[in-house]
Design a protein. Structure first.
Length: 250
């Protein structure tokens, strides 16, 4: 299934941030590992479905890209920023009109963000201006909102979105994300539109999540399982341990 994990440097034996992700794309959908050097010049940039203005210069990126998309499921850039995305299902249906895909936002965040905080700001800004939407399925039709883990060597964030609205949680130590809203009342920042849907510091995940879809995808269960395995690794949270967690079917 689709799961993303991150552990800050303070949580690992070698003092290095660890980031890991599984991608659950459809059968027979090749996913290409590509290195893209810096790009300069600006102009129009053709994404999966829409075109937006390019920036004057991008960062070099290493991405894992579904073969028919411009965007990426996961990747890293030359500054050590890493991003992975997850499909999220809300009570509010995802937009079918073509706009930015979650994969487009991953790649744009990597190309334009020199730090995790900067990439977070880039993704939020683009989401608010252009929105998200369009068919993200290869063989069948698949529409969803998106969640992200965005990290660099020093810090990490979870960003969960619904339409053009968003909520952010700054990662304190170790964090798992799967195909379900997971940011409760402990959010760090929230869009005005989403804040207006509740009172005070409300539980955003409980407010947004589509219970029926989660019963099928078991997103909350997988998120909890990944978190429990990371926490259970104690001071032995190594790259090998992260790989084992991604292979877990428990």
């Amino acid at each position: 299934m689709c799961d993303t994990l991150v552990a800050l440097a303070s949580e690992t034996p070698r003092g290095r941030l660890l980031f890991a992700k599984n991608s659950d794309r459809e059968r027979n959908e090749a996913q290409v590992l590509e290195m893209h050097p810096r790009r300069s010049g600006g102009g129009d940039l053709k994404l999966t479905y829409i075109s937006i203005p390019d920036v004057a210069e991008t960062h070099a990126v290493l991405i894992s890209r579904p073969c028919w998309m411009w965007g990426a499921e996961m990747g890293a850039n030359e500054h050590g920023v890493v991003i992975g995305n997850e499909a999220l299902h809300a009570r509010v249906p995802a937009q079918r009109k073509r706009a930015l895909t979650g994969m487009d936002l991953v790649r744009l965040g990597l190309e334009r963000g020199a730090s995790a905080a900067q990439a977070l700001s880039v993704i939020i800004g683009l989401l608010e201006v252009h929105g998200q939407g369009g068919d993200c399925g290869h063989l069948g039709r698949f529409y969803y909102h998106n969640g992200f883990i965005i990290a660099d060597a020093r810090e990490a964030y979870v960003l969960e979105t619904v339409g053009r609205d968003w909520v952010v949680e700054r990662v304190a130590g170790r964090r798992s994300l799967s195909n379900a809203y997971s940011i409760g009342a402990g959010w760090s920042d929230i869009s005005p539109g989403l804040a207006a849907q509740g009172q005070g510091r409300f539980d955003v995940a409980a407010h947004l999540i589509d219970e029926a879809r989660d019963a099928v995808s078991f997103g909350r269960g997988r998120c909890a399982r990944g978190q429990a395995l990371m926490d259970g690794a104690g001071d032995q949270l190594t790259p090998g341990a992260m790989m084992a967690i991604l292979r877990d079917h428990g």
